[in-house]
Design a binder for this molecule. Structure first.
Ligand code: ADP
Length: 241
């Protein structure tokens, strides 16, 4: 990482920058002015009590939901991004924002949301096939990711035949195999017991570091946040100093 004279990260090290995010749902104000910079390659944990605004912040950072005000700027998959220009998520058209999310971002949620009718291998291959990768190459890549999450022997298993931890590892393989520049994970181990949580998190962190991906992780569990490089805490819609 480049460090400026002030000790702050250089601008080129920032991959995503949010400024003054405000978001309300009716009378509930979920975010009251949140600003955060996310550095390339870091694993950032967003912590805080239930209902404090963590998921809303993750959704705003990932362009899933638009804030009422404030900005989210994405600086691209590399410091010298091919398109060159930072993109302001809140001013992109819905189509452009959807395409950016699909091409550059990966997602893992609390429940794996695998397609129940498809095998583990098919589930991993789907995003590659949708992204235009040819069938043979997509399945070869999907199989490598199945191996990386230690489930090569589950290639033909349906989600209903797997444990929660196994399904979550498939979901992680599915999210990581298109090489997103940022992985957004919302309580990725929230449905698992502590042993499976440790296993899933250590795998996720290991793979993200190996592939130089940035991870933004929502959790209320200190043991899960311990895997991150840095923590921010949201309380009542603002970041704790
Ligand atoms: P956390 O992830 O920390 O549990 P959330 O970001 O999910 O918190 O929620 C923050 C606040 O916003 C809560 O009061 C929640 O009830 C409210 N909220 C979140 N999403 C919605 C929604 N879609 N509709 C109405 N209220 C919502």
């Amino acid at each position: 990482m480049t460090v400026t004279a002030t000790g702050a990260p250089a601008a080129s090290d920032i991959i995503l920058s949010a400024r003054d995010l405000v978001k309300s749902y009716g009378k509930t104000t979920a975010l009251r002015g949140v600003s955060v910079d996310i550095r390339r390659g870091e694993i950032l944990a967003i912590m805080g009590p239930s209902g404090s605004g963590k998921s809303t912040l993750l959704h705003a950072l990932a362009g899933i939901e638009l804030p009422d005000s404030g900005t989210v700027t994405y600086f691209g998959s590399a410091p010298a991004d091919a398109e060159g220009q930072p993109r302001e998520l809140t001013t992109l058209s819905d189509n452009d924002r959807t395409r950016l999310r699909r091409e550059d971002f990966g997602f893992v949620f609390q429940f794996s949301q695998l397609v129940p009718e498809l095998t583990a291998l098919d589930n991993i291959a789907v995003p590659l096939l949708l992204g235009g990768t040819k069938k043979r190459a997509a399945y070869a890549t999907a199989y490598r990711w199945l191996e990386r999450v230690g489930l090569a022997d589950h290639a033909k298993a349906l989600p209903g035949e797997m444990s929660g931890g196994e399904a979550q590892r498939i979901a992680i393989a599915r999210a990581l195999c298109p090489h997103p520049s940022i992985l957004f994970a919302d309580e990725p181990t929230g449905s698992l017991d502590s042993l499976n949580s440790e296993y899933v998190m250590s795998g996720l962190v290991h793979l993200a570091r190996e592939h130089a991906m940035t991870v933004v992780l929502v959790t209320h569990e200190p043991t899960i946040a311990a895997y991150a490089d840095r923590e921010i805490i949201v309380r009542d819609g603002i970041l704790e100093a």
